[in-house]
Design a protein around this ligand. Structure first.
Ligand code: SAH
Length: 344
């Protein structure tokens, strides 16, 4: 259960060891509460604090059974108690896949890691706008705009490692999944080399979810039984075009706007039909999401105004989305017609 209560200027007593309660303390302070602390259970101190009737008592699960009398005391006095998870072991890094940018595509694991963080290094493709509501951690934008790197990859790795070595819990929040064109492997290696404990929380990759946002399934029975995810960061070679065209499945391209003309021409040279459907899905799950559908022969002109971030989809599955859309439109029209006939 999750409750939202306005805590502005309310007295909140946070009970729990300093290390394990540090994030709960920050969360309540950020919510505007006046935080009072007790870090070691003591009957006399607890009685004294309860006598002042705090609005809420937050008990952090620091493993000390000595907090039980405090919980009992609250019950007797009718003071609500919130049980808080402890801060995780200090000084580790968690690489978190943030999904394509929609809050509801963040995993439970991602939310837990964010709650446990002291500092978050985030990218522009991660759902960063809502971060302040999800974590009390310090937020550091290391986002890279296409073309110019704001903070270099090596510097990001250094920042992460240094923060963890200082005892902070670090979240590296990335768009989509950390291991899909996310340089997650390098960041894990940097932590391992520095003896910093590191783990990875997988995320929902844009390679699947952004086509889905446009109604395109990357596989579909009897239409496509495979999908290949390709980086369009640099143009593909003719050998790669040949292999891709030869597979006969769906092709999903990330970072592909800049090389779209070369890709379309290369696949045509490799024997793919010019009428193979192709979609460009821009800004999936964000304001201004837009889908442009054309075919391999016409996409270059159709997608002239398209910009990053975008996912390209090449394959017959694009028709499935069109068929579903047409079906939905036809049903809506049929309902309107039926309603007007009934009225008449
Ligand atoms: N690790 C990420 C991909 C990083 S590469 C993942 O798994 O999704 C960055 C590329 O991802 C962008 O250039 C774009 O092609 C794609 N992308 C990520 N989020 C997107 C979104 N919301 N809409 C469209 N494309 C997106």
């Amino acid at each position: 259960m999750q409750l939202t209560i306005d805590l502005t200027d309310r007295d909140v007593l946070v009970a729990g060891s300093d290390t394990m309660a540090r994030q709960a303390v920050r969360r309540y302070r950020n919510a505007g509460a006046v935080v009072h602390r007790i870090s070691v259970p003591s009957a006399a101190a607890c009685d004294g604090l309860l006598a002042r009737r705090p609005f809420l008592v937050a008990v952090v699960d620091d493993g000390d059974a000595g907090w039980l009398p405090l919980v009992e005391g609250c019950k007797e006095a009718g003071i609500p108690v919130a049980f808080e998870p402890p801060a995780g072991e200090e000084g580790h890094v968690t690489l978190v896949g943030g999904g394509p940018g929609a809050l509801d595509l963040l995993t439970v694991g991602a939310l837990d890691a964010l709650r446990d963080a002291d500092v978050v290094f985030y990218d522009r493709l991660a759902p960063y706008q809502e971060l302040a509501d999800l974590t009390s951690a310090e937020l550091v934008d290391v986002g890279k705009q296409p073309g110019h790197h704001k903070v270099t990859q090596r510097d990001i790795e250094k920042l992460m490692v240094e923060a963890a070595l200082l005892g902070k819990n670090v979240v590296r929040l990335k768009g989509g999944d950390p291991y899909v064109f996310g340089r997650g492997g390098e960041e894990v290696a940097a932590c391992v080399a520095a003896d910093v404990p590191v783990r990875v929380v997988s995320g929902v990759t844009s390679a699947i979810s952004v086509p889905a946002a446009a109604g395109i399934p990357v596989t579909h029975r009897e239409v496509s039984r495979m999908f290949t995810v390709v980086s369009g960061h640099a143009p593909l070679t003719d050998k790669e075009h040949l292999h891709l065209a030869g597979l006969g499945g769906t092709i999903v391209v990330l970072m592909g706007i800049g090389t779209l003309p070369q890709l379309a021409a290369g696949l045509r040279r490799a024997g793919m039909n010019a009428d193979m459907p192709m979609a460009v899905v821009e800004r999936g799950y964000r304001p201004g999401q837009r889908t442009t559908i054309a075919d391999l022969g016409t996409i270059e002109t159709a997608a002239t105004g398209c910009s990053n971030p975008a996912v390209l989809v090449i394959g017959e599955v694009v028709r499935v989305a069109e068929a579903n859309r047409n079906h939905a439109q036809a049903s809506a029209e049929l309902s309107r017609l039926a309603a007007s006939l009934l009225e008449a």
